[in-house]
Design a protein around this ligand. Structure first.
Ligand code: AMP
Length: 181
């Protein structure tokens, strides 16, 4: 978990290689569906372009389907989910159903100026439709309002591992792996 631009996707990919388990990014799944104009992509487009959360019903169902796939049976890394309190509840019930507990939640943090600089760089490279200044500001505000409070939920459960995401990619990855064991 962490705000946009903190490096969740990059670190999830490195952890995926290290542990040999899939990284499941709801943002990537949405972007794939947008690009291919699937019914899911069409439903999600306006929310994503505005920098708002896609409704829980849609988001929860893509995670539920993805976690049920064979390659997720031995473990997984969720990137960008859960993002609000109702997604935490939905994930709890999915995992109960699957009989696979959540081990740890990795929270990455960095100052807002670091995040803004990274996102404006990424906007130039990737041309994401939601990396406009307005959408970026809205996504960071949504993170602070809806997602950041969830860190306390996982801290209270003793599952939170908090890591500074502002350094270089490899040392952050080593720190996370060291803390996860
Ligand atoms: P990301 O790449 O994780 O920043 O996700 C890009 C966009 O996809 C977000 O700004 C949301 O519009 C949507 N999205 C990704 N994950 C979620 C989620 N867990 N709940 C709702 N919307 C999401």
């Amino acid at each position: 978990m962490g705000p946009q631009g903190v490096g969740k996707g990059t670190q999830a990919a490195l952890l995926s290689t290290h542990y040999g388990i899939p990284a499941i990014s709801t943002g990537d799944i949405f972007r794939y569906n947008l690009k291919n104009h699937t019914p899911l992509g069409v439903k999600a487009q306006a929310y994503i372009d505005r920098g708002e959360l896609v409704p829980d019903e849609l988001t929860n169902s893509i995670v539920r389907d993805r976690l049920a796939k064979d390659d997720a049976a031995g473990g997984w890394i969720l990137d960008g989910y859960p993002r609000n309190a109702s997604q935490v509840d939905a994930l709890d019930s999915m995992l109960k159903g699957l009989g696979t507990p959540l081990d740890k939640v990795v929270a990455l943090h960095a100052d807002r100026d670091v995040l803004l600089a990274r996102m404006s760089r990424r906007a130039k490279v990737e041309g994401r439709s939601d990396d406009t200044p307005d959408a970026i500001a809205r996504r960071l505000d949504t993170y602070e309002r809806e997602t950041a409070p969830l860190l306390d939920v996982y801290r209270d459960r003793g599952q939170l591992v908090s890591v500074d995401g502002s350094g270089d990619v490899d040392s952050i990855s080593k720190t996370i792996i060291g803390l996860l064991g």
